[in-house]
Design a protein. Structure first.
Length: 183
């Protein structure tokens, strides 16, 4: 072996000590992410996947002017995959055409709604503080819409409007049958 090859090998060996080797756990996470990405992609419209590929292929310096809708769709896809990766099972990992189209058209939409029929995660927005549902019924099964319990992992939660209606109904009942002491 010539001395310069030995020198390069030595330099590489030194470099390797600086970069930590990916652990088996990291590799397993990467493999699982790729698997979930494939599963999600299978539910998406080919035209939407093409928009994401164009975004990913763009040079870093082109990214600031990148397709805002595609950037949003990619962030939502990643959010869903991360949720599955962290063991959440209270949703359907899917971004069908009608759902993907909402994120592409309205980059302010968030994946916080959920279909009560098929557990598909649906967009809320355009501003996630706004109560406006981006979709009124599930575009896949026509089911009613609640909130995705993204943090608790439980079943679909009521919307703020439903909570208010339930509270008003409770108050009305109390008003007629059991008035409060200070009335
Ligand atoms: Zn549905």
């Amino acid at each position: 072996m010539s001395p310069w090859i030995r020198q390069i090998e030595q330099a590489l060996a030194e470099l390797r000590t600086l970069v930590p080797e990916p652990t088996t756990e990291d590799r397993e996470q990467e493999r699982r992410y790729a698997e979930l990405l494939a599963e999600l992609s299978a539910t998406m419209a080919p035209a939407h996947i093409a928009r994401l590929n164009a975004l990913i292929d763009a040079d870093a310096d082109e990214r600031p002017n990148a397709d805002a809708g595609a950037t949003r769709l990619w962030a939502v896809a990643d959010e869903l995959i991360q949720a599955a990766l962290h063991g959440l099972t209270n949703f359907k990992l899917a971004l069908p055409r009608a759902v993907g189209a909402v994120y592409l058209a309205g980059p302010g939409s968030h994946p916080y709604s959920q279909c009560r029929g098929c557990a598909l995660v649906l967009p809320l927005g355009p501003d996630h503080h706004a109560e406006a549902q981006a979709v009124e019924t599930c575009p896949e099964c026509g089911g009613g819409i609640g909130r995705w319990d993204k943090w608790g992992g439980g079943p679909t939660l009521p919307t703020p409007a439903e909570k208010r209606a339930a509270f008003a109904a409770m108050e009305a009942e109390r008003g007629t049958s059991a008035p409060l002491l200070w009335h």
